[in-house]
Design a protein around this ligand. Structure first.
Ligand code: FE2
Length: 276
């Protein structure tokens, strides 16, 4: 087995998106414009309603997938295909925008903490114009694996100890784990050798192989077929991996295609109401 190591650390950058939702962005920044096949990672979160209450009103997407994973709070999503649902802590929505979808994600709370992650996952050229698809899983549909005392792993996608996450049929063959380590515990996970992988720590401090990773830091991992992590004082992180495509990326706001002509077409289709 080849252990993955930390090859780059990105400190998440405070910004806002939607109608003024405060968040910390790590992928999709000047430091790391993309991490093939991942295009963006936002960790939204605040206890102050002013930082999230305006939510993410209607906006379009084409050419990739948006993944929302809730840590705390409630968020209602609606989209132009007629899908609607309420995201609760531990629940996940994996939306394949494909040829085009318009959606909104709005907090369904007026006080208390709301936090979670939004990840953008690219689609290969051959699937960018696919029919939009939508997968949503309630918290109890996301299996919890406890490989050792004090180690809890929620398997959103991929496999841990023979337990598979519910997300299926995704081009990048993703792994998406929510890992909680109690003080003094460790965890190792197999990952496909050729997949791009990162860990994002959002509570406590993790040690990946020999490197410490602090809260609000994204650790880009080297190639390898397993990752070993531990924590002296306890931590929580997401561990994500996926197959890179190595294709050109043309990007304009909520549209991610392969060429600027395709971006022009996306804008035109959206302006002419040719999205669903
Ligand atoms: Fe969106």
């Amino acid at each position: 087995m080849v252990d993955r190591t930390v090859k780059q650390v990105i400190v998440a950058h405070p910004t806002s998106d939607g109608a003024g939702v405060r968040l910390k962005r790590s992928i999709g920044t000047e430091m790391l414009s993309a991490l093939d096949p991942f295009l963006l990672l936002d960790n939204f979160g605040s206890e102050n309603p002013d930082d999230y209450i305006a939510g993410f009103p209607n906006h379009p997407h084409r050419g990739f997938e948006t993944v929302t994973y809730m840590i705390r709070g409630l968020m209602r999503h609606r989209d132009s295909s007629g899908a609607e649902g309420l995201l609760r802590p531990g629940g996940v929505q994996w939306m394949t925008a494909g040829r085009g979808i318009i959606h909104s994600e709005m907090p369904e709370q007026t006080e208390g903490e709301m936090s979670g992650f939004q990840l953008w996952v690219n689609l290969p050229a051959a699937e960018k114009m696919c029919v939009p698809r939508y997968q949503e899983f309630e918290p109890d549909a996301v299996p919890l694996v406890q490989p050792a005392d004090g180690v809890e792993v929620r398997v959103i996608a991929g496999e841990v100890d023979g337990v598979r996450g519910p997300v299926n049929g995704i081009a990048v063959e993703p792994t998406y784990l929510d890992v909680t380590l109690a003080p003094g515990t460790k965890f190792s996970s197999d990952l496909p050798l050729e997949h791009t992988a990162f860990a994002y720590v959002f509570q406590g401090q993790a040690t990946i192989k020999n490197d410490k990773v602090e809260p609000d830091q994204l650790a880009v991992l080297s190639d390898g077929d397993q990752v070993r992590m531990s924590s002296t004082d306890g931590c929580r992180l997401i561990l994500v991996a996926g197959k890179p495509f190595g294709e050109p990326i043309a990007r304009y706001g909520p549209f991610v295609m392969n060429t600027t002509d395709e971006i022009r077409q996306a804008i035109e289709d959206y302006q002419q109401d040719n999205f669903i």
